[in-house]
Write a protein that binds this ligand. Structure first.
Ligand SMILES: *[C@@H]1O[C@H](CO)[C@@H](O)[C@H](O)[C@H]1NC(C)=O
Ligand SMILES: *[C@@H]1O[C@H](CO)[C@@H](O)[C@H](O)[C@H]1NC(C)=O
Ligand SMILES: *[C@@H]1O[C@H](CO)[C@@H](O)[C@H](O)[C@H]1NC(C)=O
Length: 524
């Protein structure tokens, strides 16, 4: 491991890559000698990403009501590792300062989410709308636009209003469908004139799996045979129910968007979050076959459904009666209910086919008839993993999953809604150590290069790329201990922002070439 880390740091990236000539079919890539913005097709958007609960703070301002995560962190302060109170990084008060950081990076776009409980503090319009909350997002969006930054807005990034949890258990109930549509329609009507890029749901796989199958994220539900710390839940059932309601809610929101007059010209998608998988044993045909199954369960679950109107057949075959069924009307609404494929890619793992599932202990991952392995049959790790990295680094998996989506789903438009690298610095954490993030810089270089190859060689239609994240922030059950930012946050000293090496790199990368917003084109 130590040797690997040294090699990893010491590797000098030589950016002499092959550019395929411009052809009529597929993206057109300029030929450059150095990887930069200028190497990507014209109009390609580069940005950074955040989510409301992870950055805003100001939990008691604008009449904001509590959400699922507020209550979860209060109940299980240890699970949130939240020793910083609930200020997050105070983006609510400091967004103007942070927009200047986006500008100084020379970035084109910014992905944010709207906190539902800041708009409808009690989860539903009839119970009151917070005008101050509505105004906050207007101010934020206007400030982005004034600075030439294109807003991408996530409607739901895991923060279900607590009142809906109390009333009917949130996404476990189909009652969420009506309330979600009302909320989504409200934000489309309110902001759709100036926001043209929307994500209904962020990472439905994580929301359903981590929240309702393994109990790792709010609301922390699972069966006791999965984790004894879960107080309630039913693994192998609830995650399917939650995703089912979420997908129907998505289709309703999509319909509301298409009926929204000022939203014309806008796009809506879902941000999926698959890993890439390599076979645990290349010589085992069953491991090879398990890769596609792993992706059908992890991504097809929500992607097939919004493209073709139903779950992948393999899920229906294996999960059986535990997988809810759509009505014909729901299928019709779900079919083609996304304008692009949003993709969050971080890491890859090995897929080992599972011989003997235990039917008495159903759970999502077992249903896919796969175990995830850190090492393959030869005891090799996937890619590389520096000592302080939260996850293994495997840029090749990024290129492969892009090609896989192109081939399997008919060459859709893809936007990378998240890609990034987490540090776990532990006792060594300091401004000096945190800003010298050469591993993150290396990660970004490798992944930008892999994406470039996917676009320019494999001809995948990727049109945007967002780094998670602009700033270090509240990383859910890992609290503030996992840092993902291009800017370091000094939690001990007034949340001061410091540029990291990775931020410097992204700035250089983005400085060579012309920002789309600097080009006069109607569609931008
Ligand atoms: C990529 O997708 C967009 C949106 O559908 C489309 O306008 C564009 O022509 C596509 N580009 C290529 C090279 O296929
Ligand atoms: C927000 O209000 C709740 C309930 O009154 C309180 O417990 C909490 O400390 C407040 N948080 C902040 C950051 O003011
Ligand atoms: C903390 O940071 C904010 C925002 O940059 C600034 O307005 C304020 O003056 C700072 N406070 C102190 C005590 O440095």
């Amino acid at each position: 491991m130590a040797l690997k880390t040294v090699l990893f740091l010491g590797l000098i990236l030589v950016l002499t890559f092959v550019c395929s000539p411009a052809t009529a079919d597929g993206p057109i890539c300029p030929v450059t000698t150095k990887l930069s913005r200028a190497s990507f097709p014209e109009g390609f958007l580069f940005g950074t990403a955040t989510a409301a609960f992870q950055v805003e703070g100001a939990v008691n301002e604008t009449c904001r009501g509590p959400s699922l995560w507020d209550l979860y962190c209060k109940r299980y302060p240890k699970k949130c590792s939240n020793d910083n109170g609930d200020v997050a990084v105070d983006f609510f008060h400091r967004y103007k300062e942070d927009i200047q950081l986006m500008k100084s990076l020379n970035s084109d776009a910014f992905r944010m989410s709207i906190a539902w409980s800041r708009i409808f503090p009690h989860g539903r319009k009839e119970k009151g709308v917070s005008q101050a909350g509505v105004q906050f997002y207007h101010d934020l969006i206007d400030e982005l636009l004034r600075n030439g930054i294109v807003p991408f807005v996530t409607v739901f990034h895991w923060d279900t209003p607590q009142d809906l949890e109390d009333e009917y258990q949130g996404f476990l109930s189909e009652r969420i469908v009506k309330d979600f549509r009302e909320y989504a329609d409200f934000v489309f009507q309110e902001y759709g004139g100036k926001v043209k890029n929307w994500i209904t749901f962020n990472e439905p796989w994580v929301f359903a799996h981590a929240g309702y199958d393994v109990g790792k994220k709010a609301p922390g539900r699972c069966s006791d045979y999965v984790d004894k710390e879960c107080l309630d839940g039913r693994s192998g059932y609830e995650a399917y129910l939650v995703s089912h309601n979420l997908l129907i809610a998505h289709a309703e929101a999509y319909e509301a968007f298409k009926n929204c007059k000022q939203c014309i010209g806008g796009k809506v998608g879902i941000a999926h979050s698959p890993a890439w998988f390599e076979p645990h044993d290349f010589n085992d045909a069953q491991d090879g076959a398990s890769v596609g199954r792993a992706l059908d369960f992890m991504m097809g679950w929500h992607l097939d459904t919004t493209m073709y109107g139903d779950y992948p057949q393999i899920m229906k075959d294996i999960v059986g009666h535990r997988l809810p069924k759509f009505t014909d009307q729901q299928k019709a609404k779900l079919k083609n209910s996304a304008d692009f494929v949003g993709l969050n890619y971080y890491t890859s793992t090995f897929s080992n086919h599972l011989e003997k599932p235990d039917p008495a202990k159903p759970k999502f991952r077992q249903d896919s008839l796969i175990t995830w392995e850190n090492k393959n049959v030869d005891h090799d790790s996937i890619g590389s993993q520096p000592l302080t990295a939260a996850l293994p680094v495997y840029a090749r998996g990024f290129r492969k999953i892009l090609k896989y989506i192109k081939d399997k789903y008919g060459n859709p438009e893809i936007m990378i809604m998240e890609n990034g690298y987490g540090d776990v610095l532990g006792a060594k954490d300091s401004v000096e150590v945190g800003t010298a993030d050469h591993n993150r810089k290396y990660y970004l270089q490798r992944h930008l290069l892999a994406m470039h190859e996917a676009i320019c060689i494999d001809k995948v239609n990727v049109t945007g790329y967002f780094i998670w994240s602009l700033l270090d922030n509240f990383e859910w059950q890992n609290g503030y201990k996992h840092r993902f930012g291009l800017y370091y946050i000094d939690y001990k000293n007034n949340l001061t922002r410091y540029e990291k090496e990775s931020g410097k790199y992204y700035k250089e990368f983005l400085s060579q070439g012309v920002r789309p917003s600097a080009v006069k084109r109607d569609e931008l």
